[in-house]
Design a protein around this ligand. Structure first.
Ligand code: HEM
Length: 265
């Protein structure tokens, strides 16, 4: 920070090898809005966006898996319908007669799409910056650089696999275009019709491996992005990340294997 002859204050900040200088009084006038804008376009802000949307997506994946496990409950004795079909219907009918049908579900869907969109945007932007910064000697220690780079690359490719899986998955079980026997609302039979195709079961399994790694590394690094770097809790953070990834992996894989092997038919 320094003052010029007119008594204006200047702030110097160093990012990478580039030094930027801003006049402090101009910065103050721009106010909160520009601070927020500036924050979320900074690398730290983008990491926060990734972490916050990551938490939302983790919750979604966990709740989705728990809901899908209803496939193991079979038929509801009072209505004679599959429990998972009743669950799907309850989601579409959230809010009952108070709101138009599926409107609450659509609010959730919009939130989910926004989270996916922001998560992918932040990842792409950080990747672009990372590639640009490569070779500028950011990491003093070559091995550290390689370790970080390896994890980033695996996260990127894992993310792409999950995205491709998701596009197929929605075409398969929500829209039905990728499933010749699809019947809207008939969730149990749609899942069975889908996962009894060996290639599709294999695709779902591969996606679960990619997802498990992505969740493990994502959950682990989101603590860091949000500033929890205390070495004392390192083992706890790792244990939480492993537990979360393993839970989702086991739950989802159990469904795929149960249907693919004919245990659920
Ligand atoms: C073996 C694992 C999975 C099974 C059996 C499964 C099952 C289903 C079913 C049956 C639907 C349609 C629900 C309906 O229309 O009523 C669905 C939708 C969906 N699934 Fe999955 N799913 C699995 C894994 C995943 C994973 C890993 C993700 C995310 C990474 C995911 C994300 C979604 C999304 C975003 C939708 C659309 C939700 C909507 O239309 O409201 N699913 N899934």
């Amino acid at each position: 920070m320094h003052k010029d002859d007119d008594n204006h204050t200047y702030i110097h900040s160093k990012e990478g090898s580039v030094t930027t200088t801003k006049r402090a009084d101009v910065q103050t006038r721009q106010g909160w809005r520009s601070w927020l804008g500036g924050f979320f376009t900074s690398s730290v802000g983008l990491k926060w966006l990734m972490a916050l949307t990551g938490i939302g997506l983790l919750l979604y994946v966990l709740v989705h898996m728990i809901g899908n496990l209803k496939i193991f409950l079979g038929v509801d004795p009072t209505t004679g319908e599959y429990q998972i079909d009743l669950y799907g219907e309850a989601l579409r009918d959230l809010g009952g007669h108070l709101v138009p049908r599926t409107s609450i579900l659509w609010l959730f869907r919009i939130g989910l799409i926004a989270m996916f969109g922001i998560h992918i945007y932040a990842a792409a932007e950080l990747t672009a910056r990372n590639l640009k910064a490569r070779g500028r000697g950011r990491y003093d220690h070559k091995r550290d650089y390689e370790a970080v780079n390896y994890a980033n690359r695996t996260m990127r490719w894992g993310g792409v696999i999950i995205l491709l899986f998701l596009l197929f998955h929605i075409a398969d079980l929500t829209l039905g275009g990728a499933n010749a026997e699809f019947v809207r609302g008939d969730v149990y039979n749609n899942v069975v019709a889908s996962l009894t195709r060996p290639a599709v079961a294999l695709l779902y399994l591969v996606a679960q491996f990619a997802l498990a790694f992505h969740i493990y590394h994502g959950a682990w690094s989101l603590f860091q992005s949000l500033g929890s770097v205390n070495a004392r809790y390192k083992d706890l953070r790792r244990a939480l990340a492993v537990a979360f990834a393993a839970t989702v992996f086991i739950g989802n894989t159990a469904i795929v294997l149960a249907v693919a092997t004919g245990y659920i038919s």
